[in-house]
Design a protein around this ligand. Structure first.
Ligand code: 2BA
Length: 105
């Protein structure tokens, strides 16, 4: 089994979680905040069987899309001049960890 920690844009989370439930994946959903933009995003903790992992990644790819957002540069850089900069947002970041077991009691 793999443990996937997926950080997902809030713009994509509804469609993604709907399809994950339809495909019988299980996950825990956490409200989180990006360190750079300081905007809300969502983190999913998902235990995924090895033989379902490729399908899981495909579902994430199908539902999460990167896009460009204009943000004031003072969000990420030293205060002072505030000029808009382009930042890639959206899509998903997945950390994949090998899980030894999933024990239900
Ligand atoms: P944020 O930290 O709010 O970052 C949002 C987007 O801003 C990033 O998109 C990236 O395109 C840009 N960005 C982040 N740090 C930057 C910097 N120092 N300079 C310029 N641009 C920067 P993503 O890379 O797709 O990340 C989306 C969200 O995923 C992040 O939100 C953060 O919550 C999480 N994340 C990304 N990489 C991570 C990592 N290595 N560890 C933990 N969380 C991560």
């Amino acid at each position: 089994m793999k443990l996937v920690i997926a950080i997902v844009s809030n713009d994509d989370i509804k469609n993604l979680t709907t399809e994950l439930v339809e495909k019988h994946f299980q996950f825990t959903k956490l409200a989180t905040t990006g360190g750079f933009l300081k905007q809300g995003n969502t983190t999913l903790i998902c235990g995924v069987e090895e033989n379902q992992f490729d399908t899981f990644v495909e579902v994430v790819k199908d539902n999460c899309h990167r896009r460009v957002e204009i943000v004031p540069s003072s969000l990420g850089f030293s205060a002072g001049v505030v000029s808009p900069v382009e930042v890639n947002v959206g899509g998903a970041i997945m950390f994949v960890i090998k899980a030894e077991d999933c024990i239900r009691v």
